[in-house]
Design a protein around this ligand. Structure first.
Ligand code: HEM
Length: 180
């Protein structure tokens, strides 16, 4: 599964400007629910989604190798431009894989990490978010924007949280982040 996701990410390597768009009201997202075992559910979508396991494995790998990742976030009035890279080719590939997969999730509304209010709000407004991804030699450049000022703020807040994931690792993933 991870391999397939990796292949999928390779398939888009070098294809700049994959865009998702649309000016539309906040999208419907699955409500939070309980997992099949009656445990804590972080969104019903997650339990229906076999790709969740691969995605979790991929971001855990990134968290484990975060000391090899460097990232810059450049704010712009309508969102951010980010550059996230690693000199380790394996990590660079996983960054590309993660971003391609998260892009698909935003596009298709396959929610993840809904326990965190900020992620919940990002997915609620997914149809107002435009993401342009360019794979670089060592990672990805992402331009993420919205015409809606509230959504632009969400995009900036999310980008800062990704930087904190790199800085603080799993402890930061366990934290909730406020909606700006
Ligand atoms: C070291 C760990 C991680 C790295 C390096 C990383 C990297 C990235 C990058 C580069 C983006 C594109 C947007 C941007 O550049 O701001 C992104 C988007 C995203 N990431 Fe991660 N991420 C990490 C951990 C996580 C974790 C732990 C989760 C959730 C459990 C997550 C969920 C998402 C989602 C949902 C998006 C798409 C939403 C959006 O871009 O607005 N990431 N990540």
């Amino acid at each position: 599964m991870v391999f397939l996701a990796f292949l999928a990410s390779l398939a888009v390597t070098g294809a700049p400007g994959r865009l998702i768009a649309a000016d539309a009201p906040a999208a419907e997202v699955p409500r939070q629910g309980r997992g099949p075992g009656g445990g804590r559910g972080y969104g019903r979508g997650q339990w229906d989604d076999p790709r969740f396991i691969a995605d979790r494995e991929a971001y855990q790998f990134l968290l484990q190798h975060r000391d090899t990742i460097r990232r810059t976030v450049t704010p712009r009035p309508d969102g951010v431009e980010t550059l996230t890279e690693s000199d380790d080719p394996k990590v660079a590939g996983r960054i590309q894989e993660h971003v391609a997969s998260m892009h698909d999730r935003v596009k298709e509304g396959r929610v993840i990490h809904m326990r965190d209010p900020l992620f919940r709000e990002v997915f609620r407004h997914r149809e107002q978010i435009v993401i342009e991804i360019t794979d670089t030699e060592k990672g990805v450049r992402v331009i993420e924007t919205s015409d809606d000022p509230h959504v632009a703020k969400l995009i900036k807040a999310h980008a800062e949280v990704v930087s904190k994931f790199i800085e603080n690792g799993p402890a930061e993933v366990r934290r909730n982040h406020p909606v700006p």
